[in-house]
Write a protein that binds this ligand. Sequence first.
Ligand code: ABU
Length: 498
Amino acid sequence: EWGKFEGVYYKDLQTDSKVQKDFMLEMAKLLNTYMTDQCQGKVKVVDFHHPHQLQEMMGDCLTVDAIPRDLHQVLSDCKETLKYCVKTGHPHFLNQLSTGLDPVGVAGEWLTAAVNTNMFTFEVGSVFVLMEDIILRKMRSFIGWKEDGDGIFTPGGTISNIYALMLARHRKFPNIKEEGMYCGQKMVVYTSAQSHFSIKKAAIILGIGMNNVCCIPCDERGKMKVDVLEREIQRTLSDGGVPLMVNATCGTTVLAAYDPVDKIADICQKNGIWLHVDGAWGGSALLSKKYKYLLQGVERCDSMTWNPHKMMGVPLQCSAILVRNSGELQSANALCADYLYQTDKFYDVTYDTGDKSIQCGRHNDVFKLWLMWRSKGDNGFEDSINKIFHLSRYLEEKVKQRENFTLVTNEVEGPSVSFWYEPPQLIGQNLSPTERRNILSKVAPKIKESMTLKGNMMLAYQPLGDLPNFFRIAISNPRLSESSLDWVLDEIERLSKD
Ligand code: ABU
């Protein structure tokens, strides 16, 4: 298929523009076929092999050594690699919060790679720095903040959450930037028991300590109990501690529950505590007039994490930390390295945004989002979010109607549906609650193993607190159809019989 590349090497790419053009066109064709086939469901979701098997099967394809391979081999290596990749744009890939393959987003990522520049200064980030500014303003406007404010794209939701806690700490204890954690006062962070683990990671990294993350219990829907939050804050105060930040999760990782932001904001305002909203999963509901009520009160927060690489379908990765007040990111992070952020440059250096970041070099994560926004508009994104929610409500209804399927929570908020499947062979057996629970907790892992080995779909499963393992189907791919979701439920039943 790529005969003309036999005996043609890397060095030839650099000297012969026709070789480079032919090589790039072949690569584009290969990737386009890869994307189209999976989005149309023409290939398996995964061709799973255990790590040692994959190592054996790929053999020489995995080795790097002193010998250059020709471009025929390089293209074949790419084709071979794609064979074993999980097809995350496949309609039956429902394993993660980020699913689907948006062609404009992918094109944006290609352009980003071809430009290969850094975001730290305007002199090299150029037009992308302007796009970042425009998109961050746009996102802030959906939060409901007016002109002021700040933000930055980060390498994922965990890092965005770390930024939030760092800013909360900097506002209360600005000296820590220079003096370190000398203050000897216990700082406490509050978050729901079902929030993402990154809040604890942030506490570890920032020297606050994970034992000083107070996990507030949730109600049966997975929402933080605000009366307990209030009591815990009072307990910290009477123990002489400092309540530093409350994290309100909008779209928990498993149940997609939304903490009541407005009520939490009242408590934070009364006690002078930084309010962060972790909207990594559920923040995109702000784009929908129909579903933005889920984040009611969000405009009162001090910072918000929002991951367009989840519900907005932007290729990984694309996460923003958005901050209500301008100047705080800069104040917390600026070191004014004079080899990079010279103040005597000939242009407006306020566009050198890098010093407010915790990184030095920073990837351009905004272009693909900007390009998608240009091609879809606010309306296109709103339609996608509404479709995602519609599909999840459809799936919820189907799970309710089916025998042997039980929803984990009867009031689903975000677009994730969690449920147990109880195979018919279990029903009617005379089992104690503990026996039943133990058997039930083995069902989802077993069915997951079967589906992965068969390769025709991927779903997530997990326990939650005392609840035994259950399936979670998170919908973030607006190209899914109702019939593909019906097929997934049918397939769970079929697999349980094997
Ligand atoms: N950061 C949470 C990702 C979890 C998931 O995709 O399943």
